[in-house]
Write a protein that binds this ligand. Sequence first.
Ligand code: COS
Length: 384
Amino acid sequence: MIRDQETLNMLLDSVARFVREQLIPIEDEVAETDRIPERIIGAMRELGLFGLSIPEQYGGLNLTMEEEVLFAFEISKTSPAFRSLIGTNNGIGSQGIVIDGTEAQKQKYLPRLAAGEIIGSFALTEPGAGSDAASLRATAVRDGDDYILNGTKRFITNAPEADIFTVMARTDPNAKGGSAISAFVVEKGSPGLSLGKIDKKMGQRGAHTCDVVFDDCRVPAANLIGGREGVGFKTAMKVLDKGRLHIAAVSTGVAERMLDDALRYAMERKQFGQPIADFQLIQAMLADSKAEIYAARSMVVDAARRRDAGEDVSTEASCCKLFATEMCGRVADRAVQIHGGAGYVSDYSIERFYRDVRLFRIYEGTTQIQQLVIARNMIRAARA
Ligand code: COS
């Protein structure tokens, strides 16, 4: 749903200009230094980019899902690391509180997340619990007015920068599965909370992940999200439904950028006496990519509209993540192919994008987990 087309157009125009004038020119610098400059972070704060999906009464822009995916198409026409910085505050790092938090939790954290004063992070994955998220082993044991947390979280996006963590931990250590899991907001600086060293990733330099370790970490009981034990796994799943749609939109935006770059290269590069874009085998790669991007875009917008209309889009969100991220991988591969040898060296941005986009098929649920969610939902609906 688009609430006000004119206001949305203004936002999308300023984001497109920001990407073109300020982000694209420093892509190489960010990749080399593994750091997003402070002035860019300040500009993102001024544009309100940290609070896009946070309700207006807490200082955010409260974008609808349709508005959010249109934004994601634009911000993703540059290195994914820039999107990643604001991604957790708008997505997995805030939505647990937005969807299931108590009023006091919302008032305490959402305004500062929306303003970009603090960075939020989502700590679900563990060394022994990735795709099988419900098997996580971190524990939270009640002790008076506090909980004592123990365990290790792995590959946590923006953890090195984070001020607050949404942490899923087991409040009933004897019970198996999701029903014993609760979600907490844990603040940086809590005694017993420490960070591992920054992971050396394949791509997305400028965006950071690391381990988050809880060693008898004391957290006030008031920070139990929603004030209820045992519903943290469902909170995490609801957060991921939205996140998967967002990542599908991001994959579509980056694919558009890679195809633009490949088309420009194909029109400039001459072989056999003519631009390679004139050869039909190159045209086939361009055309397949264009058609697949169009399909992904249409799916993502449709699923976003359904979510805005109040439908349960668990299946559609997984369909979008599955299709758009795999499509993005195919477009990246073709774009390298069109660049030929030039696509394998770092003089052209496609070499970097090829590595950056590999992550989309893995995080917020692998392709195989999306297949599993879709098929399970189909079978469940058919049995009902
Ligand atoms: N929204 C709300 N509730 C949901 C839900 C959703 N999208 N998906 C599942 N649930 C609920 C179920 O209804 C079930 O509730 P009941 O116990 O009341 O019936 C409960 O959560 C457990 O669900 P389920 O039995 O399906 O859980 P499983 O352990 O079988 O696992 C998968 C489900 C595999 C889908 C889940 O573990 C998953 O998404 N894994 C991938 C994790 C991931 O994306 N990690 C990325 C890290 S964050 S970057």
